[in-house]
Each structure stands twice: as C-alpha cells, then as structure tokens.
Design a protein around this ligand. Sequence first.
Ligand SMILES: [Zn+2]
Length: 494
Amino acid sequence: MALYQEQSLKLYNSMTGEKEVFTPINEGNVGMYVCGPTVYSNVHLGNCRTFISFDLVFRYLKHLGYKVRYVRNITDAGHLENDADSGEDRIAKKARLEQIEPMEVVQKYTVDFHNILEKFNNLPPSIEPTATGHIVEQIEIIKTIIENGYAYEANGSVYFDVLKFNKDHQYGKLSGRAIEDMIANTRELTAQSDKRNPQDFALWKKAEPQHIMRWPSPWSDGFPGWHLECTVMSTKYLGEEFDIHGGGMDLKFPHHECEIAQGEAASGKSPVNYWLHANMLTLNGKKMAKSTGNFILPEQIFTGENDVLAKAFSPNVVRFFILQAHYRSILDFSSEALLGSEKGFNRLMDAYYSIDELPESEKTGFDLDQWIQSCYDAMNDDFNSPILIARLFDAVKNINTIREEKLGITSADKQKLKESMKAFMFDILGLKDETSEGNNDGEKLAGTIELLIKLRAEARSNKNFALSDQIRDQLLELGIQLKDGKDGTSFSLK
Ligand SMILES: [Zn+2]
C-alpha cells in the first residue's frame, strides 16, 4: 500500500478558501505547475521563499509515494514592466541597458536562478519550459479563444474580452473580485489604447519598431502576453485539467485570474483543481521586491556582505529559517531571527548525529509510532512545516533525556527513530545532511591539509627547509594560510 493511502493530506485551496482533502485526478499521479521567475535579474530571497515552499510540497508528495510531474516555467519573454500591458519588456530593457542580446540576459539569470536554488537544496522540476520555446502553441491557443468568441483583434494586437467572458463564466472568482468593482475602480482608457474595456488584457501585442523580441503571427510581428505562457505550458504538459497550481500570493490577480479565464475560454474547462499561494517575505516590515529596492540577495547572506546581517549564514540555516514559518504566513527577515534559527538548527543536527551513540535499554520509554504519526499529521495539515519542526524538537528533548539515561530506547527503536528523523529532516524538509557521502568535501580538504602539515613538520625536522617553505608558500598561493603556534600548526582558509 502506498503511503498516500494511509495518510490523509489536506491542503488549503485558495479558490474555495478551505482546507480540502487532496484527491488527484489520476490515482497515484500528481500534476503540479508553479509560476517560475522572469529571468531579468538575480533572484532575491523573497523569490526563493516561494520556490522553497513549493519544493516542500513537491518533496512531500513524492515522499507519500505519488508520481509527481512538476512543471515550473522560465519567463523569458512577454513580461512587461507594467502588468497592465504597458511599458517595456523587462528582459529587452535589461538587454538594452547592458548592450547585450536578450537571450544573454535570459541565460545569465537562468544560470543564477538554478545555482541559488541548488544551494538551497531545491529539487529541479520535472519539466522547465520557456515562453520563447512555446510561441507556436501560444498562437494556436489565441486562435481558439478568438474562434470561441472571447478575444478580438485590434491593430495587430489581440485582447481577451473580459466582459464577454464574464457573461458566460465568472471572472474574478479566485481573487474574490466582482467585475462591477473592477469597472468602478479602473480609469478610462487612454486614447491610444486598442482595448474595448480597461479590464481586457493582451494575448498578443504588436511589436513597436524598436522592440527586439518579436515573432510572426497571423495578426502582426509581435510577442505573446505574459499570462498566456502559463496557460499554454501548464495545459500542454499536465492536461486541460490538472491538480495543483502554485505561485506567490501577488500572482493571484491578475496573473492567475487571467490564466483561469484563458483556460476556460479555450477548452471550456476550469484548468486547476487546487490553487496554492505562498506568502511573502518581508524585510524591515515591507515586502521584499526588486522594484522597490527592499530586498536581499541569497549570496549576500551566504557571504555576510550586506548591511542587514551581523554575520554570514549557510543556505541550510536560511532554508530552516524559512521553513520555520508556514508557507501561507508572512515571514519577516532579520539578523536576530536567523541567529535563533541557526542555534535551533545546530541543536537539531547535534541530536540527530548523536542517535547512534545513545545507550540502549530493554524497553522504549515513549510512544515512537505516535510521534512519527504526529509528524505526518503536521505535514498532512496543509504542509505545516513549523509544527513538524516543533515535533522534531520533541524528539531532540527525548534524545537528550535518553543520553542522560533518564529514558530508555531499544536498539530497534533507535534505528527507527533515526530513519524517521532522516526522512522528515532531509527528504521532506530538504535540509542537507552535511556529513552524507559525496557531501564531505570540507572534511576531505581538512584531511589533505593536515597531511601536508605533517609532511612539512617532517621536512623541518630533517632540516629540509626548502621543502617546508615550498609547502607553506604554495598553500598560501591557494589561499590556505598555515600558522605555527605552541601547540603545533593550524590553518585557515582565506
Ligand atoms: Zn504564471
């Protein structure tokens, strides 16, 4: 029996505003789509929080035994500065400012995005499609939406007719907005606009002469609207109806609302069964965002080169800090909070690594199975990682009491406790086991340097100073400094 048959996972569906039992369309299989980054700048920590949140979801679904197809796109065209279909394309603008090709911008920041997420130990998605790789499909779906009567062409651009759509469907159901309010709150169209109504959004935009990123279409040489790529890429790889769609809270409107409208207008079916939205990360009490300059880059945290933090923190500690908050709560970033997380993280790891050395007894003095189930209960309750972490600290308390020989554990339960903690800490929360095989480069380096220190000491005792100096100088060239003291030689990495 698969684990998902024993555990009842509930998730909070933004569409209904309720926690619902998760039932995938095809038993044993899950299709999940998450809106990826627009690759025009370095990914900041606020973005990383969203992707770590969905990595937790991906990991837990896999742990439960589901076969998961996780699609996360790369937006490499079509995302304008202003979400209301105006302004410059973000990537084209960066290319113009840096005087490089748009695809160089895309390559540079896609590599950065992957590097950073790998440091945070995020698993790669199953498919990572790009908008520019799906222009043909975007043109095809626009044709279908026009044929179905929900879009119109004007001066080479194509717009989605929101009011017409709203007559047969409901526009605004995800974000809880009524079309009447939207109409009341929007300004009049400017004279240059080709839209029939301000609520309408672009499916295809005719490119101005200076616009570099352009493709031929039946309507004009132009480029697709930003919302369209997600509709096309999610349904292409997951079907017209699929299980989970995730993204940051700020994408609910208009982006996800438009995705629903496009999907329904094209196929007549509502594309998504469960909408999941991750909350934001704040810095100084304000949303972390590129546009306002209120953000911190992950590299600045790992190196400590920033004005916000007292010291550097490892990606593992930052991931732990992020998971100490539920993905739907706002999390505030601060030096004090990270220091607290680091302490907790070290305490958790120390306890885990001490399990093998624990004294054994005839009987286990606590209910291990119940503790394991309590960990699952936390995750089954809409991926409640802070509660899971609290349960892990319950285990830390038990481990420390066993260490003091005030609580018993059998040899078999010791093994079981270790296996369960390993599953929850490393497989599900995605923390990195820094001592695991292939991950101990630091230890290997330290061992190699210790060996060279020993050989240098031997050379000196044989009065072979040329060799001992050579070892010291060449290590220094590599950035490894030896220091001779009373208690022997130590080293530091520069
Ligand atoms: Zn999207």
